[in-house]
Design a protein. Structure first.
Length: 244
């Protein structure tokens, strides 16, 4: 006698559904934090920068992730342009005099003459979205991806798991319970929760869960038949008493 079982389709599908939802919401938050919010801020910043010569003719501007409010405020009058670039990288737009840095939620506009910052024209943070909105969305996206990876590992483990009942006993969860060590079946939680506890030598208990074991009835029936335990399973219709 050999009965081998994997997990139930219900358990597998629930894990897959959880994984899908985590990836869906993770993608949603990532899109807002890395794409939608920076694009919204770029549009907002350009309203204040329309007077900068040449910027209106550049529809291909891209946000600079280094242009955060705390960094933009570190630029001071008299600072060499090379130092500004070391601090903030290349500007989102420049025309030789006006240097504009537009980040995911803030922007800075500096007037440069003779290689130094002559005037800070404007440094401002958007309120919708703010930098904390961008940061929070990116953090949540990252956290959901980490959780999704954990669920994926769990799914692979579940799909690979096998429960085997054969002449050596029951192999489950990486261990083998010999026939001689099986002492009784505790079915007190079966009607309410769908699981049985196989009581073994040394007070060990091995849980048999109908939600997790696809061929649950066959395995439990095989244990009961071999050990003479009373079966907690409802009898099949063919085995039911006549007239019942």
């Amino acid at each position: 006698m050999t009965i081998e079982s994997g997990t139930t389709s219900d358990r597998r599908n629930r894990i897959i559904m959880s994984l899908g939802l985590l990836l869906l919401f993770g993608g949603w938050f990532a899109y807002d934090g890395f794409v939608a919010y920076p694009a919204k801020n770029l549009k907002w910043a350009r309203q204040f920068l329309n007077s900068v010569p040449g910027i209106a003719a550049r529809p291909d501007l891209r946000t600079n992730p280094q242009a955060r409010l705390e960094i933009l405020r570190q630029v001071t009058p008299g600072m060499p342009l090379d130092d500004v670039k070391r601090l903030l990288g290349e500007p989102t737009f420049e025309n030789g005099t006006d240097y504009c840095y537009i980040g995911p939620a803030s922007f800075g506009w500096y007037l440069v003459r003779e290689g130094k910052v002559a005037e800070i024209k404007r440094v401002e943070q958007n309120s919708e979205p703010s930098e904390s909105d961008v940061r929070n969305n990116r953090f949540i996206a990252g956290a959901l991806v980490v959780v999704a990876l954990g669920v994926l590992v769990h799914l692979v483990r579940v799909l690979k798991s096998r429960i085997v009942l054969d002449d050596t006993g029951l192999r489950i969860g990486g261990k083998t319970v010999a026939w001689g060590d099986m002492q009784a079946l505790d079915a007190r939680e079966y009607a309410r929760k769908g699981w049985l506890d196989l009581q073994c030598a040394g007070s060990e208990r091995v849980r048999l869960d109908s939600y997790e074991i696809d061929r649950f009835d066959e395995i439990v029936g095989g244990i009961c038949a071999r050990k003479g335990f009373a079966s907690p399973l409802a009898p099949a219709e063919d085995d039911a008493p006549a007239g019942s």
